[in-house]
Design a protein around this ligand. Structure first.
Ligand code: CAA
Length: 241
């Protein structure tokens, strides 16, 4: 039986590349998505990957969604917490709603998703959890107090959970992508984006597939001794110690 991998925000951007990368590596993949039905249906038609809709910021919806995935495909062996949104604004202009939405989708989702797979992984003595943070959780980013806080929170969450599950065969790691060529990054004002690209020593945006390849490696048996690690994939834009 092939292993089941669940990717949140798995039908667009980096998540879509991760879903396809895991499928090509032999996993049965479930791609969660939050709102864009049209993109999800197109993704399903193009890739043959099953899609499941729920809000990862909602605990009860995540519990029900994971139950639906497991009933359809089998127990989740690999969980990729990729779903993320931006609501950029300087703090002096940020609304409480912009703060709440970003923390809900990007950080509350870590608890909502992991809490609902962790018992099964511990019982089976095997699991892979891969969380997608960001360069902006490592270095901070003006206009993103909400996003930088949530993405930094993911790193702490990962380090704590990795210690809890190390003896149970469950590894927990975090990937910090730099600026990757996706719709999210293309939404940055063009003049600002031009300035950002100028600060990337490799001289280009990253590709979604470059994050997918790291994810597939962390999911593999070859990565069994890697846990609690922060994997930086950013073209040397920010070199974390
Ligand atoms: N880097 C450098 N300078 C920036 C900047 C950035 N990322 N964002 C804004 N600035 C600068 C602007 O160029 C501007 O400078 P000047 O006054 O000299 O022209 C100043 O800050 C104020 O910016 P705005 O006039 O745009 O102010 P605003 O209040 O209208 O908007 C903003 C502020 C919402 C932060 C907007 O500038 C913005 O969206 N910036 C992009 C922020 C960003 O980098 N987001 C990353 C999104 S991609 C992502 O998050 C994926 C990931 O994980 C890497």
């Amino acid at each position: 039986m092939t292993k089941v991998a669940l990717v949140t925000g798995g039908t667009r951007g980096i998540g879509a590349a991760i879903s396809v990368g895991l499928k090509n590596a032999g996993y049965t993949v479930a791609a969660n998505y939050g709102g864009n039905d049209e993109a999800a249906q197109k993704f399903k038609a193009d890739t043959g990957i099953a899609v499941f809709k729920w809000d990862v910021g909602d605990f009860a919806a995540s519990e029900a969604g994971i139950k639906a995935v497991e009933a359809a495909l089998g127990p989740v062996s690999v969980l990729v917490n990729n779903a993320g949104i931006t609501r950029d604004a300087m703090l002096h202009k940020m609304t409480a709603e912009q703060w709440r939405q970003v923390v809900s989708v990007n950080l509350d989702s870590m608890f909502n998703m992991c809490r609902n797979v962790i018992d099964g992984m511990r019982e089976r003595g095997h699991g892979r959890i891969i969380n997608i943070s960001s360069i902006n959780g490592q270095k901070g980013q003006m206009g993103q107090t909400n996003y930088s806080a949530a993405k930094a929170g993911i790193i702490g969450f990962t380090k704590a959970l990795a210690q809890e599950t190390a003896k149970k065969g469950v590894t927990v790691n975090v990937i910090c992508p730099g600026y990757i060529d996706t719709e999210m990054v293309q939404a940055v004002p063009p003049k600002v984006l031009e300035g950002i690209i100028a600060t990337i020593p490799i001289g280009r945006l990253g590709k979604a597939d470059e994050i997918a390849k790291m994810t597939v490696f962390l999911a593999s048996e070859d990565a069994a001794f890697i846990t609690g690690a922060t994997m930086t994939v950013n073209g040397a834009q920010y070199i974390a110690g």
